[in-house]
Design a protein around this ligand. Structure first.
Ligand code: F6R
Length: 589
């Protein structure tokens, strides 16, 4: 949420690095963007509303600059506008910020006597506070230390000062920030993709750390002001792994990567009919799965699988709720957190709370070395590769695969069936004709419903979220048996209802519910696994999911739903990879 980039060095023009970095970070927010660069000792700030391309159109590329900071915004305080976009400059201090300053109103009251504020943002207040603290001591490192004592909230900040045109300062607290290490040049970024074109080497800042970056390199200090030693890590993927590889959209590319991910994970974890290399969780008294959005939907599938296969009780909690509720976990509990980005603020907070309660924490995380990956006691990486489209597809798919493996850890499996799955998944992805037909049917509807029971209900929740977030169509998922307790009133002539049936034990029951909506005029689109397939008059369209062993056949049923969402959004002319109001990495509460 919000992307930060910074550059200092002799090898490149900062403008080029900042704009390329912001383009690669645009998935974190795209309401507005801006850069501050120092040209001949003077700070120049350029901002624009909308995507980075608008900023690119405004910039004079011929100016030489070897130092600058940039920002792409996901609005929290104040509408997307030039005034509210970053960088903010107050007095001699210019900053870009990712996070939320919680006590900004209190601080603003005091600072109002000294500064005239132009924006509605918490960032401008943070900038004024820093400037004021700097005025008091003429030492930015000291000012930063004092700043950290005063502000509450989350922040990753990059700072330029009029008095030090060859220095960038950075601060990190509960929002991600890395320092990229090049030859005679240093980069600042929220995330590695921003700088991958220039360097694969980076240092992760911890909460409370701050740093001074100059042409001679950088020094990192801990919250007590002591200089710290650091490890330089190397990112294992290269820049091409974050390109579109010929696909029109990242989302489509990422869906198309699912067969390969399935193949890789199945080969890694299944050997001679057994799951290898994963911890056994069967001795836990109870399991709580905590996550947000699609990752939480993956968690619902995990609950079903773990209860069924390991027979221990599992609860699934939305991270933003978990962190403020009465908890019943202790040292015998396992808390599994699931996160693609590994940076989701609520999920990260949940890990800390679970640890305070003495529970063991296990992360299922995609981004290696992310904050959540580092915070949990044990981590399983989903290894889905960089996911750029804001709507998750392949990372969700890898999450459910890993949860399935975890639940089957102590069972005998049909390895051959697993090993052939990627071929069927690939075929399922390429059934364009039926997905196009359904997308055409639903793209002008107002309301769309999804029904299913048990694991199929969890799939429906994810299918519904995918559709609404990228096509902006209203959709809801219901437990099929619950519909008649009120919501069936919404079903009328032609209302599209997706019905998912992959679980044999409840197939007949869901069919009855399909008949109920069909009787009220619904246009029923049935997703059914091959082994349960039938000819009938209770559906209008049918997608048959290839038959595989229990659980596996269920989790691949998400793929048609992802593709139908994609194709529906395409027909509606939506911004598929960057849907409105969303951002990929939700680093604020
Ligand atoms: C939906 C989506 C979000 C994320 C959620 C959690 O397509 O991507 O609902 O699943 O914001 O994000 P992570 O997994 O990064 O913690």
């Amino acid at each position: 949420m919000c992307g930060i980039v910074g550059y200092i060095g002799k090898s490149h023009n900062s403008t080029e690095v900042l704009l390329s970095g912001l383009t690669n970070l645009e998935y974190r927010g795209y309401d507005s963007a801006g850069i501050a660069r120092i040209c001949n000792g003077e700070i120049e700030i350029i901002k624009s509303c909308g995507p980075i391309v608008n900023l690119k159109d405004k910039v004079n590329y011929s100016k030489n600059s070897n130092i600058g900071i940039g920002h792409t915004r996901w609005a929290t305080h104040g509408v997307p506008s030039i005034e509210n976009s970053h960088p903010h400059k107050v007095g001699k201090t210019t900053i870009v910020h990712n996070g939320i300053i919680e006590n900004y109103l209190e601080l603003k009251k005091d600072l109002n006597a000294i500064y005239e504020f132009k924006s509605d943002t918490d960032t401008e207040v943070a900038c004024a506070l820093l400037d004021n603290l700097y005025k008091e001591c003429n030492d930015m490192l000291k000012a930063i230390q004092n700043f950290q004592d005063i502000v509450r909230g989350s922040y990753a900040i990059a700072i330029l000062s009029d008095d030090e045109p060859n220095t960038i300062y950075v601060i990190k607290h509960m929002s991600p920030l890395i320092i990229g290490v090049g030859d005679d040049e240093t980069f600042i970024a929220s995330d590695v993709p921003a700088i991958l074109e220039y360097t694969k080497n980076y240092v992760v800042l911890n909460d409370g750390d701050y740093a001074k970056v100059t042409n001679d390199g950088f020094k990192i200090y801990d919250s007590n002001g002591n200089e710290k030693k650091y490890d330089v890590r190397t990112f294992s993927l290269d820049a091409s792994s974050i390109g579109k590889n010929g696909y029109d959209h990242f989302m489509l590319k990422e869906i198309n990567e699912e067969p390969e991910i399935a193949k890789k994970l199945i080969n890694r974890y299944i050997e001679n009919g057994e799951i290898k290399k994963l911890p056994s969780i069967k001795d836990c008294k109870n399991v709580t799965i905590v996550a947000c959005g699609s990752a939480m939907h993956a968690g619902l599938i995990g609950k079903y699988l773990i209860e069924k296969n390991i027979e221990i009780p599992v609860s699934v909690e939305i991270a933003s709720e978990f962190r403020y509720k009465q908890l019943f976990i202790d040292k015998n509990s396992l808390v599994i957190v699931i996160s693609q980005s590994g940076e989701t603020a609520d999920t990260l907070a949940a890990v800390k709370i679970a640890k305070e309660k003495g529970a063991k924490t296990l992360g299922i995380v995609n981004v290696v070395e992310s904050s959540i990956a580092r915070e949990v006691d044990d981590v399983i990486y989903t290894e889905a590769g960089s996911e750029i489209a804001v709507a998750t597809t392949k990372a969700y798919f890898a999450q459910v695969l890993m949860l399935m493996f975890l639940s089957l850890r102590d069972k005998d499996l049909d390895s051959e069936d697993f090993k052939s799955a990627h071929v069927d998944i690939d075929k399922l992805i390429h059934r364009d004709e039926i997905y196009d037909k359904i997308a055409k049917k639903i793209h002008e509807q107002n309301d769309i419903y999804f029904i299913g029971r048990q694991i199929d209900y969890s799939l429906c929740m994810e299918g519904s979220l995918k559709l609404k977030e990228i096509s902006y169509l209203h959709s809801e998922a219901y437990a099929a048996g619950e519909l008649k307790h009120g919501s069936i009133a919404l079903i009328g002539d032609g209302t599209p209802v997706f019905s998912v049936i992959t679980d044999e034990s409840i197939a007949e029951k869901t069919r009855s519910n399909m008949k109920e909506v069909k009787a009220r005029g619904a246009h029923v689109i049935l997703l059914i696994s091959e082994d349960l397939d039938y000819d009938g008059d209770d559906y209008d369209e049918k997608i048959v999911i290839p038959a595989h062993q229990e659980f596996l056949k269920s989790i691949i049923a998400i793929i048609p739903l992802q593709l139908i969402s994609y194709k529906t959004a395409l027909l509606r002319g939506c911004s598929i990879d960057k849907p409105k109001n969303l951002a990929k990495s939700v680093t604020v509460e």
